[in-house]
Design a protein around this ligand. Structure first.
Ligand SMILES: Nc1ncnc2c1ncn2[C@@H]1O[C@H](COP(=O)(O)OP(=O)(O)O)[C@@H](O)[C@H]1O
Ligand SMILES: [Mg+2]
Length: 276
């Protein structure tokens, strides 16, 4: 038997077979991911001589949260992937809902992190020149305060727009996966699509700044795709509540109306803790 063909990381979101492999492939658990706050398992998924590594998060392993209904995180991760696909930016690795050894859950293609991307840093104020966007001051230790910054990077800027649309309540540094071929993926989208504003992210560097022409065009595409009966609206309807689909539409409309990146509204802690 020849060695299974691996899915090349370069084209993970463009690979038309990836979602099918994830949805229909045979899932074998290799181990538990230790740092995960929910049960997250590293698996191999195999189908018709192709195989890939993936993350499987069974619904049964979801830790209850006060502000999200129980048993809904896996579907929210898939919904975030669906919106990412509709943007054409390919920011979320292919993600599906499926059955597995511990019951229904989400399966997401594994991304090998690589490359040199410096996305976050703690700098002294005078070091924070062009190339960095300020997030806020952080106490490093008792007598040193540093500026927490993220890179002024087009990939992060797209992700900031996606996060605003999906209302991501937890965009921390460890959820940014740069690859050796220069792509960037965002992961861990279980706490998204709440009907109330919960945007909590490190990517505040563009807050209040005009959206790029590209982002405005993408948001118009999303608005059409979210119209009643349109493809994205139909897909989301199977994953989140009607009120949450309406709220998503409203966030897209608000972004288009303001033409700017959102600013923290002050009611919700704007930065995830810990930030990485
Ligand atoms: N698709 C993926 N590709 C590569 N690494 C991943 C992927 N999904 C999760 N991980 C790794 O597993 C860790 C735990 O996953 P995460 O999605 O943060 O789980 P939790 O829902 O428990 O917070 C991440 O911090 C990351 O290191
Ligand atoms: Mg996590």
């Amino acid at each position: 038997m020849s060695a299974p063909e691996r899915i090349p990381p370069r084209s993970v979101t463009a690979d038309p077979h990836a979602a099918e492999l994830l949805a229909r492939g045979e899932l074998s658990v290799r181990g538990r991911i230790r740092e995960a706050s929910n049960a997250a398992l590293l698996c191999t998924v195999a189908l018709d001589g192709r195989e890939a590594s993936c993350v499987y998060k069974p619904v049964a392993g979801e830790r209850p949260l006060w502000d999200f209904p129980d048993g809904t995180l896996a579907a929210r991760e898939v919904a975030a992937y669906e919106v990412s696909e509709a943007t054409g930016w390919g920011l979320v690795p292919p993600t599906v809902l499926r059955d597995g050894p511990y019951g229904e859950g989400m399966c997401q293609l594994w991304i090998d992190v690589g490359g040199e991307s410096e996305l976050l840093a703690l700098l002294d104020a005078e070091e924070a020149g062009p190339g960095w966007k300020a997030i806020g001051l952080a106490e490093v230790d008792e007598d040193r305060t540093a500026l927490l910054v993220h890179a002024d990077d087009e990939r992060l800027r797209r992700l900031a727009v996606l996060d605003a649309v999906v209302n991501n309540a937890d965009r921390k540094g460890g959820h940014l996966l740069p690859t050796a071929d220069g792509r960037l993926y965002g992961i861990d989208h279980g706490v998204t699509f709440n009907a109330e504003n919960k945007l909590r992210t490190l990517l505040w560097g563009w807050a209040g700044e005009p959206l790029t022409e590209e982002a405005l065009a993408v948001l118009k595409t999303l608005r059409d795709a979210l119209a009643d009966g349109a493809p994205l609206a139909v897909r989301l309807a199977g994953l989140i509540t009607p009120a949450e689909v309406d709220a998503t539409r409203a966030r897209v409309d608000a972004l288009l109306a303001s033409g700017t990146h959102p600013e923290p509204d002050g009611e919700w802690p704007a930065i995830p803790w810990p930030p990485v």
